[in-house]
Write a protein that binds this ligand. Structure first.
Ligand SMILES: Nc1ncnc2c1ncn2[C@@H]1O[C@H](COP(=O)(O)OP(=O)(O)OP(=O)(O)O)[C@@H](O)[C@H]1O
Ligand SMILES: [Mg+2]
Length: 254
C-alpha cells in the first residue's frame, strides 16, 4: 500500500549529544500518533526533522509517496505537511487575523490563485475553528498563553494540512482551554465542517507531556528515550509497559 507518511533511521547529533538515533515510524491518513518521553529525549528534534527545520544526518522521510528528506519546509507545507512550534513567536504588533493571513500565503493556498479576500475568509475560518474569531483584531501581543497556542494552530490550519505536527500544544493551557483544544483536534482528525481538504480529516503527530489528554486523542504512542525508540503501541498498553514506567511515567508522577 502507498505510504502516507513514513520516516526511517532518523539520526541527529548536536556536538557531543546524540539527540536522535535511528528513529522511524509510519502513519496512516487521519491517524494520531503521540510522541512522548523525558525532557531531552529528542522529541522536538524528531518533529523539527519532519517539518524540515533540522536536517537529519541519516535516515529518510516519505510523505504521500514522495521523498521529502531534503525538501525545504515551505515545499513540505505546500504538500500538506505543517506544524507548530514548542514556543510560539507571533508577529506581536499585528492583529491576530493578520498573523493567520501571513501563514495563508503558503504556496499550497496561493497556487490556486486565491487572493486577499479568500485569505481573509480562510484566516477567519481557521480562527473560528480554534475559538479565537472574537479576538481577530486584537494585537497578538495581548493574547494569553492558551490563546497563543490556539493562534499557532489556526496558522497551521490555514495552510490546509493533511499532516499536522504539534509540539506540546497543551503546555501552559488551563483545564478548560486544554479540553477545548483537544475537542477541536479530535474534530479536525474526523474532518467535516472545516474547508474542503479537512473534510477528509487530518493526521497528527503530537508531542505532549500531558499524558491524560494525549491518551484520549492518540491512536498510537511512540516513546523516545535518549534519542531512541523505547516502546510503541496502543496508549493503554504503552503506559503500562514497565520500561516506559521506569524511564518516564514514574518520574512524571513523582
Ligand atoms: N540546537 C541544538 N543545539 C544543541 N543541542 C541541542 C539542540 N537542540 C536540541 N539539543 C539537545 O538534543 C537533545 C534532545 O533535545 P530535544 O529538544 O529534541 O528534546 P525534547 O524531547 O523535545 O525535550 P523537552 O521535553 O524538554 O522539550 C537534548 O540533549 C538537547 O539539549
Ligand atoms: Mg521538546
Amino acid at each position: 500500500m502507498a505510504a502516507f507518511f513514513k520516516c526511517a533511521g532518523l539520526s541527529k547529533r548536536f556536538g557531543g549529544v546524540q539527540a536522535v538515533r535511528g528513529v522511524g515510524f509510519n502513519l496512516l491518513p487521519q491517524e494520531i500518533l503521540g510522541l512522548i518521553g523525558p525532557n531531552g529525549a529528542g522529541k522536538t528534534t524528531v518533529v523539527r526533522m519532519i517539518m524540515g527545520l533540522v536536517r537529519p544526518e541519516q535516515g529518510h522521510l516519505l510523505f504521500k509517496d514522495r521523498d521529502i528528506t531534503r525538501m525545504s519546509p515551505w515545499r513540505r507545507v505546500s504538500l500538506g505537511l505543517t506544524g507548530t512550534f514548542q514556543n510560539s513567536r507571533p508577529l506581536r504588533n499585528l492583529p491576530v487575523l493578520a498573523n493567520v493571513m501571513v501563514a495563508c500565503q503558503s504556496p499550497r493556498v496561493a497556487r490556486r490563485g486565491q487572493w486577499l479576500k479568500t485569505m481573509e475568509a480562510r484566516a477567519l475560518e481557521a480562527l473560528e475553528f480554534v475559538g479565537l474569531a472574537d479576538l481577530a483584531m486584537t494585537p497578538a501581543a495581548s493574547l494569553s498563553q492558551g490563546e497563543l497556542k490556539r493562534l499557532e494552530i489556526a496558522r497551521a490550519l490555514s495552510t490546509e494540512p493533511e499532516l499536522l505536527v504539534l509540539d506540546e500544544p497543551f503546555a501552559g493551557l488551563n483545564e478548560a482551554e486544554t479540553r477545548l483544544l483537544a475537542n477541536s483536534l479530535a474534530q479536525l482528525r474526523r474532518g467535516g465542517k472545516f474547508g474542503r481538504v479537512h473534510s477528509e480529516g487530518c493526521a497528527m503527530i503530537i508531542v505532549e507531556h500531558k499524558l491524560a489528554e494525549l491518551m484520549r486523542l492518540a491512536d498510537r504512542i511512540l516513546v523516545l528515550h535518549f534519542g531512541e525508540v523505547l516502546a510503541e503501541g496502543r496508549p493503554e498498553d504503552v503506559v503500562r509497559d514497565p520500561r516506559v514506567v521506569e524511564a518516564y511515567i514514574g518520574a512524571e508522577v513523582a
